[in-house]
Write a protein that binds this ligand. Structure first.
Ligand SMILES: *Cc1c(COP(=O)(O)O)cnc(C)c1O
Length: 407
């Protein structure tokens, strides 16, 4: 965590929380409100043709129309750039808006891309849609074997797409090894699960990092937003695509996310600490067959995760009930009085999701089984409640669920 600068993997350049509190004020702010302003406007009055030309030429800073740019978006984009250690940031309608802009910017008809074997369900669907519409070729590569990424590169390869910590089984990507294997091919990293508090992919060789800011960056489950960071030229190209396809964000949501960023260090510390405790608890309960959490020795990413994420991999832990199929999952949901079944993650409150019936529902049962996503898999997004209360609730629920395994 950045609070503990001595042990952050990148402590020398990590901005830390004091920086966060000064972020978000537009570049042209002359007065100093204690909270940054929000510009709820569709357009901006332009004082002269000279100014209009100056803005087009980049000699004059300013805004014309909110679909193209808005000071509240610029302020958030700048904050993301600081957090990610990037030249520039960009803001989109949602995480999917960010990924859509990235793919539509970097890929043309007939191109090739490489994707990780485990990705957010909708990201897989978007890649599949573009494959059909643009005649792309797609190689699915194994994140746990970075050399397979480099080996898949062809003269038509335009990018590779991975997640820092995958959904929902939490496989950890070795960003540095993947970037090295890919050489000059841009590595695009979805860092939604980890946030810049835990890892900064650009410093490890990625070309673009993006987030569903609907999740931890905002952290309160009350908006849809996406952000990206990388070189100035790439962010400019992404923003142009977003404007053409209408993948632009809403200024009020950028403002809310800016507010969320102020508590990001604290929220990530709390959720990482609680999640470790809950993972240990789940592993000890007889109604649970298996726990997927990278800092448990039983997880396939344990060694890499211990190196890259010594303080935790965020607030997600997945676990399989000990049999009983859909009926057991239903019991879990119905017995739970304080933890709602809500197919999202990274809210301030703890929520559960059921990947087989929500995020990965569009896949065949065989493909899910191949990926390790069983019917009895439940994904827990640990919020900011005291961990003792969460463990008491989980105990109450799991004690009432059968079948139990012999401990
Ligand atoms: C939620 C999510 C997305 C999509 O973001 P939206 O803001 O819902 O469009 C992409 N990647 C991951 C890992 C996510 O969890």
């Amino acid at each position: 965590m950045s609070q503990d600068s001595s042990s952050h993997p990148d402590s020398a350049s990590h901005p830390g929380p004091s920086h966060v509190s000064r972020m978000g004020f537009p570049r042209d702010s002359v007065t100093q409100p204690s909270s940054p302003p929000v510009y709820l406007t569709a357009a901006f009055d332009v004082p002269s043709i000279d100014v209009l030309y100056g803005m087009a030429a980049g000699t004059h800073h300013g805004h014309i129309y909110t679909r193209d740019s808005n000071p509240t978006h610029t302020a958030l984009a700048d904050s993301i750039a600081v957090l990610e250690g990037a030249e520039a940031g960009a803001v989109f309608s949602s995480g999917m808006g960010a990924l859509g802009s990235i793919l539509l910017t970097l890929l043309s008809q007939g191109d090739h891309l490489i994707v990780a074997n485990a990705l957010y369900g909708r990201s897989l669907q978007l890649v599949e849609r573009l494959r059909l519409q643009l005649g792309l070729t797609v190689t699915v590569a194994d994140v746990s074997n970075p050399a397979t990424f480099g080996a898949a590169v062809t003269s038509r390869t335009r990018l590779a797409l991975v997640e820092t910590v995958s959904n929902p089984l939490l496989e950890v990507a070795d960003i540095q090894a993947l970037a090295a294997s890919l050489g000059s091919i841009p590595l695009v990293v979805d860092a939604t699960f980890s946030t810049p508090e835990l890892i900064r992919p650009l410093s490890l060789g990625a070309s673009i990092v993006f987030h569903s800011a609907s999740k931890y960056l905002n952290g309160h489950g009350d908006l849809m937003l996406g952000v990206a960071a990388g070189s100035t030229i790439l962010m400019k190209r992404l923003t142009e695509t977003a404007s053409l396809f209408g993948q632009n964000a809403n200024p009020f949501e950028s403002w809310l996310c800016q507010r969320g960023l102020r508590t990001l260090p604290l929220r990530m510390k709390q959720t990482c600490d609680s999640t470790r405790k809950i993972a240990d608890f789940l592993a000890s309960h007889p109604a649970v067959r298996r726990v997927h959490y990278p800092l448990l020795e039983s997880h396939k990413s344990f060694h890499l995760a211990s190196k890259l994420y010594p303080h935790g991999t965020g607030g997600i832990v997945s676990f399989e009930l000990n049999g009983g199929g859909e009926a057991s999952v239903n019991q879990f949901i119905q017995h739970s009085t304080t933890i709602p079944f809500s197919p999202t993650l990274a809210d301030a409150r703890t929520t559960i999701s059921w990947p087989a019936g929500t995020s990965h529902k569009f896949m065949s049962a065989e493909r899910r089984a191949e990926m390790g996503i069983t019917t009895e898999l439940i994904r827990l997004s640990v919020g900011l409640e005291p961990p003792e209360l969460l463990i008491a609730e989980l105990t109450q629920v799991l004690d009432r669920i059968s079948p139990k395994k012999q401990m």
